[in-house]
Design a protein around this ligand. Structure first.
Ligand code: ADP
Ligand code: MG
Length: 590
């Protein structure tokens, strides 16, 4: 028997589910469907975005509807027009073998009389946004006095958006005996109070942190030598002119550093991490929400509070230490029914971590090339052309037109276009004309370019049964260094590497003095400094220093200015660090 049949679903639905290619129910579906089918009960279900909540209420709802009656029997309230349409579509797909079932979407910004007409034709299920629904119920265009089921989908979002009054109003027009099913990703006290007020003894189900990511997020990775990470980040940003993104770093320090570099290079960026005061964080978040900040560089902890829709890209500047964290990161995009991209910049040696993440999120990554300078110039050129096409003419210019025409009179239209575009384009072109290929070719570039971090060699590895996660756990425990104390664990066959803050150096070395692991004496050495360290493949003694110089030259040398930077020379020498300066910087164009 098919897994969906086992939950008690009828053949018509199971067939539709098969057509949709669902193989097995998700956790929230597995828990909610049998309860909703078997019991007439209120229900509160908590599960993250992308866990399949629509089907969790959609399947049982469809099965419970009497399709021989045209009366409205089910009402689904959902926060946005997009979600409304998405749910409606999904329900229509689930019910494709039940042609008598009518599902109608009700939402603002579209003709109310068209919607009324659709309702009149008989809608057993209505999917609605609260505002328009309240309006139509108030005008007696919709009768919900005999519904059996009311579903509050994304309840937390609806309350966030200020729909409390509308929802209460709508519910007051529904019968007392109806059953209410509430679905939400989180349970803030507003949701709890709705549940308390409008539901009686609801069955509660919570789906633990679900590992599968949202289905509308695509995952990409870019392989770049560690030292080029920042340059790669800039390329990714430049190749996506409308980017509105969260960039994740592993430590507060990296977060601050990357944000500062971006700001220096003329991007509208800011950092958010635990060392900022609440007030500063609020400021940053406000600027991000209003899009004055285009790239928000965040630590995982600080990002927990980010509830901004429309984020186009999540960029994993560094992979998180715990792969599970990746789901939380990528879940920042692809919200509210939009699609999103989660990008990861990795060094060659980290590529296998991508495989582990794929297993967890049950989605595959696409390996992509870091865009070349030429590609970026092209993208920017056409972006500019489209911007110009969509720009509303400012008629303040009209009065200068005769003089402007006089200045430009000798040029043909073609020449004018070329000149005009050159204004913007040359900036990018000059910056990128000698740009190198940043895609990693080399063997192993994962070592640190970070001054405050020390890298160690340890003579245990995969042969001793460790993978990077278990070794990390082992090190954290043995060194008593706390959650983020050990990073960049890289397990080789018979040895491994890892990093800690340089200040912990003595502690680390002391901890492994005379230490035995399963009968073998464990040997830990510092590898980055010349002299003592054992060398890894392909790395020369003084390499760290040389590379670091390369890194600096790339960023500041040769008079190369970042393309985004306007008036880069007018700024005085002293740059106010972080937030304020970034907020006041260039506003996002659109
Ligand atoms: P949520 O409401 O929890 O955010 P959705 O109901 O929108 O999640 O589902 C997210 C995506 O997962 C949708 O594209 C949906 O078609 C798909 N989906 C839902 N259930 C399953 C399943 N059992 N197997 C495969 N895909 C599923
Ligand atoms: Mg949903």
């Amino acid at each position: 028997m098919n897994k969906f049949e086992q939950l008690g679903l009828q053949a018509e639905i199971v067939n539709a589910v098969n057509d949709m290619g669902f193989e097995a129910p998700s956790e929230v579906q597995e828990q909610a469907i049998p309860i909703l089918l078997d019991q007439e009960t209120d229900l509160v279900a908590l599960a993250q975005t992308g866990t399949g909540k629509t089907a969790a209420f959609g399947f049982p709802l469809i099965q419970k509807i009497n399709i021989n009656s045209k009366k409205t029997q089910g009402l689904i309230l959902s926060p946005t027009r997009e979600l409304c349409l998405q749910i409606t579509n999904e329900l229509k797909n689930y019910a494709k073998y039940l042609p008598q079932l009518n599902v109608v979407a009700i939402y603002g910004g579209a003709s109310i009389s068209d919607q009324e007409r659709q309702i009149k034709r008989g809608a057993q299920i209505i999917v609605a946004t609260p505002g328009r629904m309240k309006d139509m119920v108030g005008r007696r265009m919709i009768d919900i006095s005999e519904i059996d089921y009311c579903i509050l989908d994304e309840a937390d979002e609806m309350l966030n958006m200020g729909f409390y009054e509308d929802i209460t109003d709508i519910l007051s027009h529904t019968p007392k005996e109806k059953k209410t099913w509430l679905f939400s990703a989180t349970m803030p006290k507003e949701v709890a109070s709705i549940a308390k007020k409008f539901m009686s003894n609801p069955v509660e189900i919570t789906v633990g942190t679900k590992n599968e990511g949202a289905k509308n997020v695509s995952h990409e990775y870019y392989v770049s030598p560690g030292r080029d990470r920042y340059q790669a980040l800039k390329r990714l940003a430049d190749a996506n002119p409308d980017i509105f993104s969260v960039i994740f770093c592993r430590t507060k320090r990296d977060t601050q550093k990357v944000a500062e570099k971006l700001i220096e290079d003329g991007y509208s960026a800011a950092a958010i991490h635990g060392d900022l005061s609440q007030n500063q964080r609020d400021l940053v978040m406000k600027s991000f929400r209003t899009r004055q900040i285009q790239m928000l560089v965040a630590t995982d902890v600080a990002a927990r509070g980010i509830d901004v829709d429309d984020i186009t890209h999540v960029i994993n500047y560094q992979l998180p230490d715990e792969i599970e964290t990746y789901t939380h990161r990528s879940g920042r995009t692809g919200r509210a029914g939009k699609s999103g991209v989660s990008m990861v910049i990795v060094s060659k040696s980290e590529v296998r971590k991508i495989k582990s993440i794929e297993r967890i999120i049950k989605q595959s990554f696409e390996q992509k090339d870091i865009p070349s300078g030429e590609e970026i110039c092209q993208v920017q050129l056409f972006h500019l052309a489209n911007d110009i096409k969509d720009t509303k003419i400012n008629h303040e210019i009209d009065k200068f037109l005769p003089q402007l025409e006089e200045i430009l009179q000798d040029f043909s239209k073609e020449e004018l276009i070329k000149k005009f575009f050159s204004v913007e384009f040359t900036r990018f072109h000059n910056y990128y004309k000698d740009a190198t290929d940043l895609n990693a070719k080399a063997q192993n570039d994962s070592f640190s370019d970070d001054d405050n971090s020390t890298r160690y060699f340890i003579n245990i590895g995969a042969k001793d049964g460790f993978d990077w996660m278990s070794l990390k756990d082992f090190l954290k425990e043995h060194l008593d260094l706390g959650r983020d104390g050990v990073s960049r664990v890289d397990v080789k066959d018979s040895f491994s590497f890892f990093n800690t803050e340089t200040s912990e150096k003595d502690k680390v070395l002391a901890a492994f003095e005379n230490y035995q692991h399963e009968g073998r004496s464990v040997n830990v050495e510092i590898t980055k400094n010349t002299g003592g360290g054992r060398k890894s493949k392909g790395r020369k003694g003084g390499g760290g220093g040389r590379r670091r110089n390369d890194f600096q030259n790339k960023n500041s040398g040769g008079g190369r200015k970042s393309p985004r930077r306007e008036n880069s020379d007018s700024k005085g020498g002293s740059r106010k660090s972080n937030i304020k300066s970034s907020i006041n910087r260039r506003k996002r164009k659109k």
